[in-house]
Design a binder for this molecule. Sequence first.
Ligand code: PLP
Length: 452
Amino acid sequence: LAPNSPEARDIAYHFHSYTDAMAHAEQGPQIIEHGEGVFVFDNHGKRYVEAMAGLWSVGVGFGEDRLVAAAAEQMKKLPYYHNFAHRAHPAAIDLAEKLVTMAPVPMSKVFYTNSGSEANDTVIKMLWYRSNALGKPEKKKIISRNRGYHGVTIASASLTGLPNNHRSFDLPLPGILHTTCPHYWKEGRDGESEEDFATRCAEDLDAMIQAEGPDTIAAFIGEPVMGAGGVVVPPATYWEKIQAVLAKYDILLIADEVINGFGRTGNMFGCETYGIKPDAIVMSKQITSSYVPFSAILLNDRFYEPIAEESGRIGVLGHGYTGAGHPVGAAVALENIKIIEERDLVTKSAENGAYFREKLSQFARHPMVGEVRGVGLIAAVELVHPELGDTLPAGKLGAAMNKLLFERGVISRAMMDAMAFCPPMIIEREEIDLIVDAFADALTELEKMDFA
Ligand code: PLP
């Protein structure tokens, strides 16, 4: 590497997120310079299909001029303002109204934050505040799920149910519990039907609540469809059964729609896909197509009112972020949602998602494929080794496949051995074919590799 090359300078100065830092120099940085539609281009001019929409987030694709214009216009008019105390700015008000209006279930208020992690962190604080407000200070535990992903701040990393996010960080925090992951292919027992598995998930939750004491549990949080935990599509009746348990014990339900929201599952919200009626919805990523960092929490009356009353009693809710509801983010979110609605990207996501999953299903019988799963325009292909099976360390096949796809001009993401696909919602069928063809070719290559 030339000493002044971007690669050399990246290795010299840049401490990456989610990276084995010791392997970075050897692995070599992959530097993406610009994007157009579903494609991104590296600093050598090579083109890739961004089959993960960045981090499950660039819904309207790269290079959308309308978002650039909305940001520029807002920057000129009012580049910054906040919502502390009683201050506001028009973009934050317009967006709050829009989000409440489009919510899949009745919601009353919007609280702004900057990232998915911060939003979930805020939800935890709001839950604790609410329990104190209701005179139930012991009702503070939160139940999340194994393999759920809710972020990386101290509290949201605790909600996250992946070992990677806990180990060597001294997490999770006490009072944050994890119940069964609703992944039938992995967690289902021999002879157990998918329906029976869903029942068992609900029974496991009920047993946990009983063991902890129902009066100690404030809320249950989950992604309608799990993303980073491996694109886990729950059994059809899972959410209905879970909600029945929560209703028995006066436990709030939080839907983390950070990946699912704004069309990903083939409906505007994952809650619609699964008949989920949450008390709060957490949104980020596709709310601005990630052109600007932004997140929001929608709260219903049941959640909001005790909090509002407590702030009236004790004076001032002591929580809020400098950048929350940022005017540029809010303006971009409004324009982004307008694009999703005008171009009907939700229907497009459902229709092209069905086409994509149909194409991927051709791999289901391949000896190196354990499961093909997905809903809407989010999917995963789980790789297995026909001879080595579980003796092969988890993640080896995924890492190899990731590399093979990258070489073939497709950016996917390996979550252990599950290859995830979550392309921009503007993707056309010919572009889906590019992903599928590259995958077929890479799979043939993977078969030839020696993992023993
Ligand atoms: N919640 C879900 C469902 C996510 O997928 C993510 C990020 O991938 C987060 C929360 C955390 O969001 P952020 O990375 O913006 O903090």
